[in-house]
Write a protein that binds this ligand. Structure first.
Ligand code: AMP
Ligand code: MG
Length: 318
């Protein structure tokens, strides 16, 4: 694997977009900010560039990538849309909603992006510099989270460097990620919507804006491969639903449970999502077991609990 002296360029710097586009068009990887978490981007139409994402992250090849587009027009070049997906794009893009749709047959997207499936996951990020980079590159970018596979997702340029320094040429730094957890993923089959991964856009938000029910992914045939049980894993073990600290633990609080640090003292679930990975990373530095206060399993809490359960799951590669 090639080694690099990783450069960090602030999004405010004049040459930031040019630097990113120049790397991407040479087939190199760039860590880019999005409103969810930082992504590890490659030109989605360049097979060898996409292949490098899997190598650099140590990501299993069966785990498909999300294609980030500048807007619905670009998406429609690569996926088949219907009235439901068109309406979701209108209502939620740019924003943290990924749609898994049938891939167009003659699409130029490199095969490893969809890991052999006949569908493609597309999203338009709500981060202006990222859309500008995609626009100027003229192609979608494939971008999973910019961290070694199975580890905590990065919500700052420093988090990216902690996992990938020396392995990529460039990080675009735009400060802390606004949402703090990965996008909501929905699939559409036989005109029905299925939630494949919860995120900060909730099933209720989608139902409210579309007047359609959102079914659980367990109820249907669409799979979201790569959603392994152990994921987002810190180094330390994690204990969930902790109402108090035990010996050898650091406690992450929420609401009334104060803890050594908190996801949200006021019990605000969006704030807790924003703080989630940052707080677990910080707690992990203590070397102690990480205990986490109960998080209500409603609204954005469903996405937070999804990440916490994976963080606490038995590790596949201990
Ligand atoms: P990440 O890039 O780590 O946020 O992960 C992206 C996730 O999107 C994958 O782990 C899959 O679960 C899901 N995904 C991407 N493409 C597809 C697809 N074509 N069909 C179903 N799920 C997908
Ligand atoms: Mg990831």
């Amino acid at each position: 694997m090639a080694t690099f002296k990783t450069q960090v360029v602030s999004e405010a710097e004049k040459g930031a977009v040019t630097a990113a586009v120049s790397c991407l068009s040479k087939g190199q990887l760039v860590a880019i900010p999005t409103e969810t978490v930082y992504g590890l981007a490659a030109d989605a139409t360049e097979h060898s560039a996409v292949q490098q994402i899997f190598e650099v992250k140590g990501r299993p090849s069966f785990n498909p990538l999300i294609c980030h587009v500048a807007g619905p027009e670009m998406a429609k070049k690569f996926v088949e849309v219907d009235p439901i997906s068109t309406s979701l794009m209108e209502k939620f893009w740019p924003g943290p909603l990924t749609l898994v749709l049938p891939a167009k047959k003659d699409s130029r997207i490199a095969d490893p992006v969809s890991a052999g499936l006949n569908t493609l996951a597309v999203r338009c990020p709500d981060k202006e510099i990222t859309r500008t980079i995609i626009d100027e590159l003229g192609h979608p970018i494939a971008a999973p989270s910019a961290n070694p596979s199975g580890k905590l997702s990065p919500t700052s340029a420093d988090d990216v460097l902690a996992g990938l320094a020396g392995k990529i040429p460039l990080v675009i730094d735009a400060g802390p990620s606004r949402e703090g957890i990965e996008s909501t993923i929905v699939g559409i089959k036989d005109e029905k919507l299925y939630l494949l991964r919860p995120g900060t856009i909730t099933a209720e938000d989608i139902s409210e804006k579309t007047s359609l029910p959102v079914f659980d992914r367990d109820d249907n045939e669409i799979t979201a491969p790569g959603q392994l049980l152990s994921h987002y894993a810190p180094n330390a073990p994690v204990r969930l639903n902790a109402t108090e600290k035990q010996a050898g633990e650091v406690l992450i609080g929420f609401g009334d449970i104060e803890g050594d640090m908190t996801l949200s003292a006021s019990g605000n679930l969006s704030e807790a999502a924003h703080n989630l990975f940052k707080t677990i990373r910080f707690a992990d530095k203590s070397g102690l077991t990480i205990a986490v206060a109960p998080i209500p399993n409603t609204g954005v809490g469903i996405a937070i609990n999804d990440r916490l359960h994976r963080a606490a799951a038995p590790r596949e590669n201990p």
